[in-house]
Design a protein around this ligand. Structure first.
Ligand SMILES: CNC(=N)NC(=O)NC
Length: 318
């Protein structure tokens, strides 16, 4: 079924996550971000940033203060509400800042990073807690992990994704009753020098939400303006020739005018035309729409009082 995905964690004056758990149009919520990776993180741990949602205290690692937020109680309390409402909640790695944060030094450190993320944010294991390692969201178990890679050289992200998949598969082999886990990625829409296309060819992602905004050569506004360049077809080819040819491709779009560079927001009429064309052109690969981001969508209501994600959902399912 065509789904709506969004991001939560960086919205201006955002409300707690439960507000968006109650939004029936949202199917997948990416909570962002793990914005600094261990090779460059304080004390060798990843660092996190969830906007206005935490109390500013950080975990201590040995006798050093890390950059890992320790008290984000509202997010911890609310993720189960979203999951009970049938939504998938992913933890997003990356984000748009800091530029220096998304560095992976080697394959070994990519594997170590994946193991750390799995231990801290995946299923609760006695070993992890016995080692006194942190569970920033307690017993909350994310449904998957998202790579929102905006910076770096491209190195390591495929290894990171593949190791996460390995960890899922190993865990499910010994816990066959456990829920499924998912991998997603949010590449920019340009192809030359793209930081995630190699990872997509190497590791089996389940969802690819391409950022068809803020990029002059390939964004959705070109389609809306009747101009060439919108490259959804190219992304279908990348996915169908990648490690998971059945991955779903989402059209990534701004949720309101102010959440993208001027000119890149397209309205629901344009989205309806674009969705109708590409959903029918690629029925197997078309998966839905991703909106950046939840608070912007919530503030962007139409004449009928529908928030933007609801307008988009109505287009997808009608
Ligand atoms: C300002 N940062 C972003 N727009 N980031 C994204 O859209 N990530 C999917």
């Amino acid at each position: 079924l065509n789904q709506v995905a969004t991001y939560y964690g960086q919205g201006a004056y955002q409300q707690r996550l439960s507000t968006f758990c109650a939004e029936t149009s949202l199917d997948i919520i990416n909570v962002g971000f793990v914005d600094v990776f261990p090779d460059v993180g304080l004390t060798g741990w990843p660092e996190t940033n969830f906007g206005n949602q935490c109390d500013g205290s950080f975990f201590v690692n040995g006798d050093e203060t890390s950059g890992l937020l320790a008290n984000c109680h509202q997010i911890m309390e609310d993720i189960p509400l979203c999951q009970d409402a049938g939504k998938k909640v992913f933890l997003s790695l990356g984000g748009s800042a800091p530029a220096s944060g998304q560095y992976i030094a080697s394959k070994d450190s990519a594997d170590d990073f994946a193991d750390w993320i799995w231990g801290a944010f995946g299923p609760v294991t006695p070993e992890w807690t016995a080692d006194g390692l942190p569970r920033p969201f307690g017993d909350v178990v994310f449904d998957g992990f998202d790579l929102d890679i905006e910076w770096g050289t491209g190195f390591g992200y495929g290894y990171l994704a593949k190791r996460l998949r390995h960890n899922y598969d190993t865990y499910r082999d010994s816990n066959p009753e456990s829920k499924n886990f998912y991998l997603s990625a949010a590449p920019q829409c340009y192809l030359l020098g793209n930081l995630l296309t190699e990872a997509i060819s190497y590791a089996p992602f389940d969802y690819i939400w391409v950022q068809f905004y803020n990029n002059p050569s390939c964004s959705a506004n070109l389609y809306a303006d009747g101009l060439p360049g919108f490259n959804f077809d190219d992304w279908v080819s990348i996915i169908t020739s990648g490690a998971n040819p059945d991955a779903k491709l989402f059209v990534g779009l701004p949720a309101e005018e102010s959440e993208a560079i001027s000119g890149y927001y397209i309205d629901s009429e344009s989205i309806e035309s674009l969705v109708n064309k590409y959903m029918n052109k690629h029925p197997k690969t078309f998966g839905g729409v991703m909106l950046w981001e939840a608070t912007g969508s919530y503030n962007n209501t139409d004449s009928k009082g529908n928030v933007f994600s609801q307008s988009v959902k109505n287009i997808l399912v009608d």
